[in-house]
Design a protein around this ligand. Structure first.
Ligand code: DGJ
Length: 725
């Protein structure tokens, strides 16, 4: 996979080639990334020209065509003649921000490198690791570039480590995990943006001169932008054109920036957001960036998504839940919010169990005096007024019904009205002499501090040890603000945002070690921290607080570009919907929730006999086709953001012998044209039954399509189950 030859490094995957070359001056140039080539030295592709105001490095002063300003680089320099976004920016002890990293050497290893305390793709012999060392001679700074290559998935990962080998302290101010340079234009930038309850809407625009960026300074990856972006040909569609997906395995502040530079050359950087990021490195100290993941698809967006989905399912989401079936759950939040007691929970559980539900999740409101969102976060003891006898009494009653039991927690937060805050007001983020900004009535605990984390961990551990708890929903219901830690001196406050994220990872890793069978679902007011960093610890993430099936079509569509269905928390909730007031049939709500992990979040004790029957059928169908739905290859068949009469998607089993097509109509107008739906991913040489009937050739279903019967109503749904004959 990785060929190294006199400073030429060629990374081959199944469908792509990525190449770098250390040139005569030791600058590590990026020569090519795209469809797989046979090899050779591709540096002949790089064009050199004498351009005004593009300076020459001191050691190339005789050659005016050589300028870092225009050359494609793997780790771009800072302050020495490249005016584009730098990969790294360091403040040196003399106050300068000048670095110029040159090639020193490399090491090639079988297997995948690891990053201490950070999420990273994992695996065995199917990976290769390349370590390239660069050095800035003047400051005695070293950079180790880490590349992981997974051939079958076209996956190239990258992280870097900055090591202060000098005898003076330096401060890291910017550390992009990824720098991807192209000497070309003609690229579109796709980002996934939104807000609370409107997460990950795709936005595609052609790059224009200058820097276009998205990012988060909220301390979490955010509802507003996602650390997954795509660069693609203007002409790229689901099935054609070259696409590059870049994903950051990080759950805090990030920046994804695409720069179209002076000669239409393009640079993509992805990494920790430089906002209030300053990491001092004393002599001998080092800093490791989060991991970035790259996949290039030469054949459109569908293949890009398929490869990301497979890579995340197989090499990021960890056992036991990578392979293990996830339970169909019932959650009480939308049914009761804070207002419940054991009897109410048991009413819902008694209704849910015979309908096929396997896990009962008790959401917010079970601890301290938590009767509203303004109290008790931080006091992780069971409210015995609501739950007499505690979880020890409740859990067996849930288990008797044949379900397992799970709870909601929000460990990073505290209310002022809590015993914890009254005892430790200095444990929250906030600078002295300045009152803190409040959000949802809560403050943020300083999770950069181990003593704070240890205290919360012990309290939560007591709860987890008190009963057989099989699932935890880890919520985070506000953005960080007032970021200042009482545990660090003034000159180290720029570390706090990052140390907060490392603290969250540390807490989650401890949970994983101490409770290996616990299923943890991530959540941040729905999808406010939906990223690959979290997926390393939490195999699924509540995708959005918006449970309206029609809005969810868009949110789940956007999410599907980077993330697999098995990661997407999706529930059937009551109609009319709590967020939009829209009424959608139980059938359609079920079809949409099967575009994710599938569960229910409503008062099932109030369901009518007809509704119960539909639910029984839905859970049985989901369980019967679990592998296909959760592990099949996913195809977007239409775009819910376009004015079209329906939204459709499809899952196809890896052997292409089974497929499930789901279709939901939009707001329907009279006089619809005759429509047929062209399927994808089938075997053209096989014949299929559709819902157990007929005989339909795969090539016909893909090339001519499946006729869609008229008439339609608003928000109807259909599912077609295809099985090869
Ligand atoms: C926000 C979550 O996204 C909801 O599902 C629910 O758990 C509430 N928090 C509880 O406060």
């Amino acid at each position: 996979m990785i060929l190294c030859d006199k400073g030429l490094f060629t990374l081959h995957t199944k469908h792509t080639t990525y190449q770098m070359k250390a040139d005569g001056l030791g600058v590590l140039l990026h020569t090519y990334y795209g469809p797989r080539l046979r090899g050779g030295d591709l540096s002949t592709l790089i064009q050199y020209a004498d351009r005004g105001f593009s300076p020459n490095p001191w050691d190339a002063r005789e050659n005016r065509s050589y300028s870092l300003d225009n050359l494609p680089q793997e780790c771009s320099s800072c302050g020495v003649g490249d005016y584009r976004l730098p990969s790294l920016e360091l403040e040196l002890s003399d106050g300068s921000h000048l670095t110029d990293f040159r090639y020193q050497g490399f090491r090639l290893e079988r297997g995948k490198y690891r990053l201490e305390g950070l999420p990273a793709f994992f695996g065995g012999e199917e990976w290769e690791t390349l370590r390239i060392t660069l050095k800035d001679q003047a400051a005695q700074l070293e950079v180790e570039l880490l590349y992981g290559v997974l051939e079958e998935r076209d996956l190239i990962t990258r992280a870097l480590r900055v090591i202060n080998r000098g005898d003076q302290p330096v401060t890291l101010c910017r550390a992009a995990s990824l720098c991807l340079d192209f000497q070309r234009d003609g690229l579109d930038f796709i980002t996934f943006d939104g807000a609370h309850i409107v997460e990950r809407c795709p936005h595609r625009s052609s790059l224009r001169s200058g820097i276009q960026s998205v990012g988060s300074t909220r301390g979490a990856s955010s509802h507003h932008h996602n650390p997954f972006v795509i660069l693609c040909d203007h002409e790229a569609t689901e099935d054609h054109g070259r696409c590059y997906g870049a994903m950051l395995l990080y759950s805090g502040n990030f920046e994804a920036a695409a720069e179209l530079a002076q000669f239409q050359n393009t640079r993509l950087t992805l990494g920790i957001h430089p906002h209030h990021f300053r990491f001092p490195l004393a002599p001998g100290q080092s800093f490791t960036t989060p991991e970035a993941a790259l996949i290039c698809s030469p054949t459109g967006l569908a293949q890009l998504s398929t490869q990301f989905h497979r890579a995340l399912r197989e090499h990021l989401i960890r056992d036991p839940y990578a392979g293990k079936r996830r339970p169909v759950l019932i959650n009480n939040w939308e049914a009761t919010e804070f207002h419940f007691d054991a009897d109410k929970l048991l009413d819902i559980a008694r209704a849910a169990a015979p309908l096929g539900m396997e896990l009962f999740v008790m959401d917010d409101g079970w601890f301290g005096n938590r009767n509203s969102d303004s109290s008790s976060l931080g006091d992780w003891t069971v409210n015995e007024e609501k739950l007499p006898g505690g979880l020890e009494a409740l859990t067996p009653r849930i288990q008797e019904l044949g379900m397992c039991f799970g709870i909601w927690i929000e460990p990073e937060m505290v209310n002022e009205d809590s015993q914890l805050y009254r005892a430790h007001p200095d444990w929250v983020l906030g600078a002295p002499g300045r009152p803190q900004t409040v959000s949802r009535g809560q403050l943020v605990l300083d999770f950069s501090r181990k003593d704070v984390r240890d205290h919360i961990y012990r309290d939560i551990q007591k709860v987890l040890d008190s009963a057989p708890i099989r699932y935890v929903k880890w919520d985070m219901n506000r953005s960080l603000s007032d970021v200042w830690s009482a545990a660090l001196p003034a000159e180290r406050q720029g570390e706090v945002y990052h140390r907060f994220v490392l603290g969250v990872y540390d807490f989650l890793e401890r949970l994983r070690q101490d409770y290996p069978d616990l299923l943890i679902e991530g959540c941040s007011g729905g999808g406010g921290r939906f990223d690959a960093g979290m997926l390393y610890y939490t195999p699924q993430i509540w995708c959005s607080d918006n449970t309206d099936a029609i809005d969810r079509l868009r949110i789940q569509f956007g999410t599907s570009f980077g993330y697999p269905l098995s990661a997407v928390g999706a529930h059937v909730s009551a109609a009319p919907n709590a967020q939009t007031g829209r009424t959608v049939s139980m059938e359609t709500r079920g079809v949409v929730a099967m575009g994710g992990t599938f569960g229910y979040e409503m008062d099932l004790s109030k369901a009518t006999p007809e509704e119960r029957e539909i639910i029984r059928r839905q859970t049985a169908f989901f369980k019967e086709h679990y592998d296909l739905i959760q592990r099949g290859d996913y195809y977007r068949l239409s775009d819910p953001f376009q004015e079209g009469p329906y939204t459709a998607w499809e899952q196809v089993s890896p052997d292409r012998r089974e497929a499930l097509v789901s279709l939901v109509t939009g707001s329907v107008h009279a006089g619809l044209p005759f429509l047929s739906l062209r399927l994808k991913g089938l075997d053209p040489n096989l014949d299929y039954r559709v819902n157990g009937e007929g005989r339909y050739p795969g090539d016909l279903l893909m090339e001519a399509g499946w006729p869609l019967p008229l008439p339609w109503n608003d928000y109807q749904s259909t599912q077609l189950y295809l099985s090869a004959i």
